[in-house]
Design a protein around this ligand. Structure first.
Ligand code: NAD
Length: 351
């Protein structure tokens, strides 16, 4: 969403927003949007999965005047003092910092718990003590676990299928408790497979869209886990940015709960692969792209995911602007432009 469109629903008087995980994919896009719309931002990150080059990219895009409204704190959310510094003077917290990835959490549940739960509670305590007006946080569609219902509705969750899902569900329970006991207004956003510019294509835990784009540009053969008919409600980053900003200023009666944030449509992995290939070929007809390989289903993965976004539309005014196909076009253009001069996007994506 362009800065003017964001300004149309944000207050004219600039607010101070704390964005944790600001050097990551979603956090850096939030910082960029807020600075572009004239607001003040305090960012907190420890660079464990985020990058300085993401912050440099934001600074380059928003310019010097906007950058003067940005304060960066390098710190770890497992450190309560760092959380307190980040929350000082904040009107709204957008808490994104976490260790993502279901497979990572299965391999290393302790780290996932320490960051995603202990770090989360630190942020709640820091926000409460600093008198922050609104605490918006990143939850995940993984909390639906084994619940078979489609589309997913907020009130019906199943048993979580991974430590990552447990951590996000635990966060939701803690957040609600902080509203009930201390009056901290909380809103959880259950993101469904977000993608877009600055999402990391490298590493063992990369998300499917950037990973496949990176592999295709490297001349490698992407792997589809299962039969390719697994489906997801892929959500473009512009929609997620809008959801966070709307949640940050939504009326108090919309707080104390969680909302699905997605587009409300689903794409199979086979369909996704075809769309990625088609978009790359449209811009780079010189490239010959391989067929995907098929491998075993991954443990902990949900078979189908599709969100009912009616609650977010009705209560926080969420109105997604990009279907998955629109977002894919923009995202692929960005990856091609960003990595055009490099033969190896996966290798060059670390800063
Ligand atoms: P990301 O890895 O790009 O960003 C996370 C950021 O948090 C990174 O910059 C990392 O350095 C920072 N961080 C991690 N541990 C930290 C710590 N201990 N202290 C301070 N900073 C720390 O991931 P993302 O995709 O931008 O995800 C942002 C949030 O959205 C996460 O909470 C994630 O669980 C959630 N989420 C993402 C998706 C998705 O599809 N990307 C889906 C559902 C939920």
């Amino acid at each position: 969403m362009p800065p003017d469109a964001l300004r149309s629903f944000l207050p004219a008087e600039p607010l101070t927003w704390t964005v944790t995980g600001c050097a990551g994919f979603i956090g850096s896009n939030l910082v960029e949007a807020l600075l572009s719309a004239g607001h003040h931002v305090v960012g907190l990150d420890d660079f464990s999965t985020g990058y300085r080059h993401n912050l440099d990219d934001v600074i380059g895009r928003v310019g010097a005047e906007a950058t003067a409204r940005f304060t960066f704190i390098e710190g770890d959310i497992r450190d309560l003092d760092a959380c307190r510094r980040a929350c000082e003077g904040a009107d709204v917290v957008l808490h994104q910092a976490a260790l993502g990835s279901v497979p990572r959490s299965i391999e290393d549940p302790l780290s996932t718990h320490a960051v995603n739960v202990d770090g989360f509670v630190n942020m709640l305590v820091a926000a409460r003590d600093a008198g922050v007006g609104r605490f918006v946080y990143a939850s995940s569609s993984s909390v639906y676990g084994d619940h078979p219902g489609l589309p997913k509705v907020e009130a019906e969750v199943g048993t979580p299928l991974s430590p990552y899902a447990v951590s996000k569900r635990t966060d939701e329970l803690y957040a609600r408790t902080f509203q009930d006991h201390y009056g901290l207004e909380v809103i959880g956003l259950r993101y469904f497979n977000v993608f877009g510019r600055r999402q990391d294509p490298s590493g063992a835990y990369a998300a499917v869209i950037p990973k496949w784009i990176g592999q295709l540009l490297d001349g490698d053969r992407p792997m589809i886990f299962g039969d390719g008919e697994t489906s997801r409600d892929f959500c473009y980053i512009a929609n997620v940015v809008q959801a966070n900003l709307r949640a940050g200023i939504a009326p108090s009666d919309a707080t104390g709960t969680v909302y699905n944030i997605a587009y409300g449509d689903r794409t199979t992995l086979n369909g996704l692969y075809a769309a990625i290939v088609q978009n790359i070929e449209a811009e780079r007809p010189d490239l010959t792209l391989p067929e995907a390989e098929y491998g075993p289903f991954r443990s902990g993965d949900i078979r189908h995911s599709l969100a009912d976004i009616g609650q977010a539309r009705a209560r926080i005014g969420y109105a997604p602007t990009h279907a998955a196909a629109d977002g894919l076009r923009e995202a692929i253009s960005w990856y091609l432009a960003t990595y055009a001069s490099s033969p190896s996007p996966s290798a060059s994506s670390v800063g």
